[in-house]
Write a protein that binds this ligand. Structure first.
Ligand code: PEP
Ligand code: MN
Length: 356
């Protein structure tokens, strides 16, 4: 049944819908300009006082038939949609994203090109404990073709009564042993006050999971020109990891490597839960190299091979593995460190999918 009056009213509604659409997008365009200007001025995107003042003004002018409650929810939706839009634009403009740089970033250390060479390995003990221990592990790794040696000097231990690392002594051991075997050093920096001494030894500065949110530390390493291996925090979202990387890169140091190392879940059979989806998502979202530390994710050595295979199959640029000359007497993370024959078996299991 057609009714002329009804059709006229419907046509008016259709016209108003298009007008509203036009006005909403006009408004969104202005909101984006405001967001950009605020970014330039270093101001936060969300301004609750301004939002509340806008709402008050709108409600004052409301003559119905919509009640104030309905108008309020409609406008709150519009405000929220504008903020979401600003967030998307903001994320797209980050230096660490693919939108900013399409090609993969490559971090070159000791002849190894992280982000370009497939299956790069960083291996070594959890902590540097003694000259013989480090020497034995380094010699073995170098013989197998590994080029990047890890070893903790300053250890971030959950308990203040656990072994805290040998500090400066470990750094000097790392330097000597690595030099002897043609290896580059990956070691953790926990405190900006140690930066100078750590830089004398480290070819890659590791930021541990516990420090992913330590923005002053991130900015400090961002002011160096030494590559940074940034580990994901136990409870950190991928977005937060990327924003932490942005803290480094925005200070001028573009050489950042992201590292998935497992996140805390309810599962108890592993120390953390390896988040495999992090690998393709980080590779998709960011141009930075992505490594997977299977040792800290698993917290046990019996499942490292399948986890390593999964990480590489998911697109990781490389792996981090803890290797000790005698894990039974290790001063930290003894349960997850591979002994030397165990490391060889893992390499064998990986077949041709790794390189030093
Ligand atoms: C480490 O790699 O030595 C370490 C402590 O790992 P995470 O920061 O990932 O716990
Ligand atoms: Mn460890």
């Amino acid at each position: 049944m057609s009714d002329e009056r009804l059709e006229q009213l419907r046509a008016q509604i259709d016209g108003l819908n298009l007008e509203l659409l036009h006005l909403l997008n006009l408004r969104a365009g202005l909101a984006l300009q405001i967001g950009q200007r605020k970014g330039e001025l270093g101001l936060a995107g969300f301004d609750p006082a301004r939002e509340s003042a806008m709402l008050d003004r709108i409600l004052e002018q409301n003559r119905g038939p919509f009640p104030n409650g309905a108008i309020q929810s409609l406008f709150k939706e519009i405000f929220k949609a504008s903020l979401d839009l600003m967030d998307v634009r903001h994320r797209e403009s980050l230096l660490v994203t693919r939108r900013h740089r399409r090609q993969d970033s490559v971090v070159e250390v000791n002849g190894v090109r992280l982000g370009a060479d497939p299956g790069v390995l960083i291996a070594g003990p959890c902590s540097v404990e003694a000259p013989e221990q480090l020497e034995e592990v380094a010699r073995h790794l170098a013989r197998r073709g590994v080029r990047l040696l890890r070893g903790g000097a300053f250890k971030p231990r959950t308990s203040p009564y656990s072994f805290q690392g040998l500090g400066r002594e470990a750094l000097s051991l790392l330097r000597q042993v690595a030099r002897r075997h043609g290896l580059a050093v990956v070691t953790e920096i926990m405190d900006p006050r140690d930066l100078e001494v750590v830089l004398e030894c480290a070819d890659i500065l590791q930021i541990g999971a516990r420090n992913m949110y330590n923005y002053p530390l991130l900015q400090e390493v961002g002011r160096t020109r030494t590559p940074v291996l940034l580990k994901r925090g136990f409870q950190a979202t991928l977005e937060e990891l990327l924003l932490s990387a942005e803290h480094v890169v925005s200070q001028g140091n573009a050489q950042v490597i992201l590292c998935e190392r497992g996140i805390r879940t309810f599962e108890r059979w592993t120390r953390s839960t390896l988040d495999i989806s992090a690998v393709p998502l980080l590779k998709q979202e960011s141009h930075l190299p992505v490594l997977v530390d299977v040792s800290h994710a698993a917290g046990r050595r019996d499942i490292l091979l399948p986890l390593a295979r999964a990480a590489l199959a998911a697109g990781a640029d490389g792996l981090m593995l803890e290797v000790h000359s005698n894990p039974a007497v290790a001063l930290s993370d003894g349960e997850q460190q591979l002994d030397l024959p165990g490391f060889d078996r893992l390499l064998e299991g990986l077949g041709g999918s790794w390189r030093g």
